[in-house]
Design a protein. Structure first.
Length: 91
């Protein structure tokens, strides 16, 4: 029997109080706070929905799961990546 994100992950958790699914939203950038010199911790995410920008703050952790191409892209948009590439785009 084929499984999908909806049947395997969404449906069993849809009623949980600590679960919110935002459709039509796109993560734009991770919010990073400096925790030590040369180290950062992700504390939230900036996302857009319907042309408007929003911020979600994490109580505990941020899990990046945008797939094998877009996860690294999201990290790059957040300033994590090759300096030469990021500087070219003023990131
Ligand atoms: C044709 C094909 C068949 C496959 N068949 C099987 C199989 O039979 N069995 C198996 O175990 N595996 C299979 N796989 C592999 C499996 O699909 C992947 O390993 C799995 O989907 C990866 O899950 P993921 O959650 O890491 O990423 P994805 O499933 O890629 O999910 C990433 C999600 O993030 C979203 N996203 C991306 N960027 C952003 C952003 N900036 N803001 C908000 N959302 C964003 C995307 O829209 C997507 O919904 C198959 C893959 C392919 C391509």
């Amino acid at each position: 029997m084929r499984s999908s994100a909806m049947t395997a992950y969404y449906e069993p958790n849809a009623e949980r109080e600590n679960f919110v699914l935002l459709t039509g939203s796109q993560a734009i950038r991770l919010i990073l706070d400096a925790c030590e010199p040369e180290a950062v911790v992700a504390t939230g995410v900036e996302y857009s929905n319907n042309g408007q920008s929003f911020t979600a703050r994490a109580a505990r952790e941020v899990i990046v799961c945008a797939g094998s191409y877009q996860s690294p892209q999201l990290l790059e948009l957040s300033g994590i990546g090759w300096r030469e590439i990021l500087e070219k785009y003023n990131i």
